[in-house]
Design a protein around this ligand. Structure first.
Ligand SMILES: *Cc1c(COP(=O)(O)O)cnc(C)c1O
Length: 401
């Protein structure tokens, strides 16, 4: 095992504000350092390690597949890819799945599909993608234009045309922005990076109605919310709407890089051979692991556990917010994508560092939201460890902040 080396570190491009900490092992909800310190992982690699670290079923699948077949390209049929496509399509009441490797790529493909579909409908004027303020859709040139935070775009211009933004959660503003040039509305059912903001009641239904009225598609960006994170397999399912396109990535492979776009049949057919592709997308290794992730999520009682533990986490966080009303403004989010909205005197990065000193890992969302994204397998006693550490941190700061 390599030890940390500052000369080596200097060779990595400084695109991240990294914490000076590294891990040698992962086990369930814990990340472990070389001196055997156990950190409770309530960040999950940013909503990736859905089943925690080194889940025995995933290890078994990965070991088997590593000895059998890794990659063949999409020149040939891939049985595990076809099976995962079928299962994901069934789960979304949609029909066709395209596989890629990341969230940004899944969203890029979603936008291409929406535009191509409108074009094939003889509506080439429908090309604009309507997005929400606070949205995060990825870091490619295209998805930077879909993402609302201008800081992410600084110095990377010119921006890609064809993206507009309206305030998240405001149906009047959304309806006013609708016109015949809108190809699709792209929306996160719960904004992750934007601050664990759940769509207000009725918002997604109103958005679906507005899209239908103007012949626009609905793209659900479930890159962070998908794969059980919010207490249902997909977050949109709790709103009762049916999206036309669903983008997935983070939790889909439990740590293996994989993304997917699930679409209605007529949208898939509007694509056709040669219209899009990915060298790595859907390779046997990634597909075998993603199928295993889905196997576990579909086990009897698994999603019930996620719902129960989500309710327990919410009750404990609500109680803590009641005890510390000064630093905590609100508890946000859904399921196991939770945000603690903080008073501006307590930056989320500061509280996250305090928790880290107590061996609990969390991740800020923006300046003022502390995000809690534990593995879906987290237990009651682990939620207690998180909440006790949080209480201890808040009691230290509550006198000053
Ligand atoms: C993380 C994220 C993305 C980007 O995913 P990458 O794999 O980093 O490209 C897109 N949309 C949402 C909602 C995300 O949370």
């Amino acid at each position: 095992m390599e030890t940390l080396n500052s000369e080596y570190q200097a060779a990595t491009m400084p695109t991240y504000g990294r914490i000076d900490l590294s891990f040698v092992k992962g086990e369930g909800c814990y990340l472990i350092t070389d001196d055997d310190t156990h950190f409770l992982d309530c960040a999950s690699g940013i909503a990736v390690n859905t089943l925690g670290h080194c889940h025995p079923k995933l290890v078994e699948t990965l070991n088997y597949q590593a000895k059998t077949l890794w990659h063949t390209s999409n020149l040939y049929r891939i049985p595990e890819q076809e099976r995962l496509a079928y299962r994901l399509a069934q789960a979304c009441s949609l029909d066709h799945v395209f596989f890629c490797n990341s969230g940004a790529e899944a969203n890029e493909a979603s936008v291409k599909m929406a535009r191509r579909f409108q074009y094939r409908q003889n509506k080439p004027e429908k090309s604009t993608i309507l997005c929400a303020g606070g949205a995060f859709h990825g870091r490619t040139l295209g998805m930077l234009s879909a993402t609302s935070n201008p800081a992410y775009r600084e110095g990377f211009g010119p921006s890609v045309a064809g993206f507009e933004h309206v305030a998240f959660g405001n149906l009047n503003e959304l309806r006013n922005a609708m016109n015949q040039s809108i190809a699709a509305i792209m929306i996160e059912p719960v904004q992750g990076e934007g601050g664990a903001n759940a769509a207000p009641d009725g918002y997604l239904q109103g958005l679906r109605d507005a899209a239908d009225e103007f012949g626009a598609l609905v793209i659900a960006d479930e890159v962070q919310t998908g794969m059980g994170r919010t207490g249902s397999l997909f977050a949109y399912q709790q709103s009762g709407i049916q999206p036309d396109i669903v983008a997935l990535a983070k939790g889909l492979g439990g740590g293996i890089p994989v993304g997917a776009v699930i679409a209605r049949e007529d949208i898939g057919l509007a694509m056709g051979p040669g219209s899009h592709g990915s060298t790595f997308g859907g390779n046997p290794l990634a597909m075998a692991v993603a199928n295993s992730v889905l196997d576990v999520l579909e086990e009897d009682g698994f999603m019930h556990h996620v719902q129960q533990i989500s309710a327990y986490l919410l009750s404990r966080l609500t109680e803590i917010a009641g005890t510390y009303p000064k630093p905590i403004n609100e508890i946000k989010g859904l399921g196991l994508l939770r945000g603690i909205g903080l008073n501006e005197r307590l930056p989320a990065a500061e509280l996250s560092a305090m928790l880290r000193a107590k061996m609990v890992l969390t991740v800020p969302a923006g300046l003022n939201t502390l995000r809690i994204l534990p593995p879906l397998i987290i237990t009651h006693s682990e939620v207690d460890i998180l909440c006790d550490a949080l209480t201890a941190c808040l009691s230290e700061v509550s006198n000053q902040k």
